[in-house]
Design a protein around this ligand. Sequence first.
Ligand code: 13P
Length: 252
Amino acid sequence: MPERRPLIAGNWKMHKTLPEARTLARDIRQGVAPGRRAEVALAPPYTALAAVAAELAGSDLRLAAQDAFWEKQGAYTGAISPAMLADVGCRYVIVGHSERRRHFGDTDETVSRKLTAVIAAGLIPILCIGETQAEREADQTLQVVRRQLEGGLGTLKPATGAALVIAYEPVWAIGTGLTATPEQAQTVHHFIRSLLREFLGAPAEAIRIQYGGSVTPDNAAILLAQPDIDGALVGGASLKPELFLPIIAAAG
Ligand code: 13P
């Protein structure tokens, strides 16, 4: 089985001015242990990408964006293309975050277009999927995850399968302080891996599946110890080095 290096990514969402972003990136850069096991990525808002790129230059910390439009360029006011994100130094792009689906109308179809465009630009998408509270209570978690994964991957070819990250983020656990138990999370992650095998074949073993939703220094180690949890997508706790750095350390 291929070794999957855990990916700990901080999704800063709509937070941080430029001076605040520089300070946070610097503090994280200075605080991470050099020989750590985890790969680390920071996803600041678009306005701070260039400034954070400059702070991370010469380090092995990665830059990530929170979303992208699928067109290369053109009359799309307010949109940012994957090529622009590559240009500013991104390696990863989050697509299909539940907040994009909820507030900005992203659907499985538009998420799939974004994912394809991100890969075409030579970047690695982090595809977010996860059920709402109502869907979990109605016992639809696995159906929802299957639909979002199948829809989001679209016609992706197995050859590109490994250049892809999945983030399982149960919507009810995002920003609520509620976390999936390690068993609940592992059950869904294991299911996602079996779906990846079904859709993409052998590359599925190398694809990292992150957990997201109220990850803290207190629950990170037990979540990351699950066999199919290969990292974390961290929101609130990624805005504070004193919380984010121990989460990175929890990956070993
Ligand atoms: P919280 O860690 O704040 O729950 O957010 C998770 C998330 O949405 C990361 O993308």
